[in-house]
Design a protein around this ligand. Sequence first.
Ligand SMILES: O=C(O)CCC(=O)C(=O)O
Length: 268
Amino acid sequence: MAWKKMNNVLSPDLSSQLVEYIQKTGLDRGESRHFNASGKLGFKTIKGGILLREIIKQVMSFPELREFLKDYAVDHSFFLVKSSKGPATPWHQDRPFWLDKEDAPASLITLWFALDEIDENIGAILLPPSDSVDLLSEFNNDGLKLYIHNQETNVGALEGNFSYLVKDSRADKKCESATPVIVKQGDVIAFDSYQLHASCGMSGEKSRYAFKIVLGHRNKLAVDSLPVTNFSDSSQTEYVAKIVLKVMTRKVRAGFKYVTNKMTKNRN
Ligand SMILES: O=C(O)CCC(=O)C(=O)O
């Protein structure tokens, strides 16, 4: 169980571009869910792919992250936008969600990025100070601390559709000692898959702009995960090319559907 905060990992310019992208794609509007987990789609547009590539570039130019992540790959990435008046996020570890992604010893870690100043009124992440570490190499070394989670069915919008919530009296003391971690634009909170975490609710009019990238050791992940080293490497170009192809296929399909619908209507 371990976490670490790192300042100014993303440049102000890239952070602003990401906020703009979120606003343009409308991820900060609509439902008052826990967050708009953009799922596999968040970065899987042409622009999203280019932004993800730039994010990884900046992450890998941060010396400590470069050293730790050199054999890692991106498993998935989500935007985590909490809309104004959005609820708190319940306590959980991520490991129960990821048991079928990799066997123990776990390698997956989360990099949680703030795109704006985030405090206890704007959905700040809650973490027990005692789990803060100096070195990323201390991550995922505590495999025995997997707490009992209840598998929730029908958690619904209020709980952000979380399907596993911690229900273990051994975890209570840790949760009680937690404090909101205040972050500024471009800061990162890195935490491992055993880290107990939650986040505060929203009390103002503003939305909370954040996103996460989940990375794991490339030998342990699915073959289509995105390696983070060798930026001149063809895998990066391939990744963006795949996104372009997917987006184009989607557009052609939608166009085809539109035309056939029109033709059917005209015929009737
Ligand atoms: O962004 C948040 O508020 C919480 C995110 C979280 O708990 C998670 O993605 O596991």
